[in-house]
Design a protein around this ligand. Sequence first.
Ligand code: ADP
Ligand code: NCN
Ligand code: MG
Length: 195
Amino acid sequence: MKYIVGIGGMTNGGKTTLTNSLLRALPNCCAVHQDDFFKPQDQIAVGEDGFKQWDVLESLDMEAMLSTVQAWVSSPRKFARAHGVSVRLDASDTHILILEGFLLYSYKPLVDLYSRRYFLTVPYEECKWRRSTRSYAVPDPPGLFDGHVWPMYQKYKQEMEANGVEVVYLDGMKSREELFHQVLEDIQNSLLNRS
Ligand SMILES: Nc1ncnc2c1ncn2[C@@H]1O[C@H](COP(=O)(O)OP(=O)(O)O)[C@@H](O)[C@H]1O
Ligand SMILES: O=C(O)c1ccc[n+]([C@@H]2O[C@H](COP(=O)([O-])O)[C@@H](O)[C@H]2O)c1
Ligand SMILES: [Mg+2]
């Protein structure tokens, strides 16, 4: 069985942290990180607001991300081996792929592929604070969070809801451990119901 999990939601909601814990716990599990598909800096548009528009779908090479997912779908074993994930021969023939990123549910060709879509959120103040402690490959210029990051987050979330995309909301204010156990249990139950 092939099972694709989305760990989506806002920037600094805790997506990468949660994904890394799940990867260690789930057998035959690979991950694809949306952040790996940002286009080079010189291809990122500059908006009327003067900010580079990093937080829009067009700043990501989603076709390349889709191809990567399709490679996993066509052969999860080969994909796992190529990505250094050991395939457990004793485990049932279940293969899990985690897609992780801040705009997972806004790209049409991917949206129906998920078996389960999670969406992490934290309140605005917490998000802004966590973001201020991060160092990205391209550092945030002053004012980016309020001028670009937060408005784009709200826009895409509203679109997702208007399109009726079903997600399981996760409270990113819970501890790392609590979130990990909640999602691990939920995935395990969902897998049991399918087998
Ligand atoms: N459950 C949590 N509670 C408190 N802080 C967290 C939690 N999960 C992650 N963090 C911290 O928040 C920041 C963003 O986490 P990260 O997993 O990189 O988020 P994302 O990938 O969603 O941007 C990091 O400093 C991380 O250590
Ligand atoms: O990784 C990069 O190259 C990169 C370059 C510029 C910006 N980012 C930021 O990465 C954010 C998404 O990653 P994350 O882990 O915070 O969800 C998004 O809000 C972007 O503004 C990321
Ligand atoms: Mg991340």
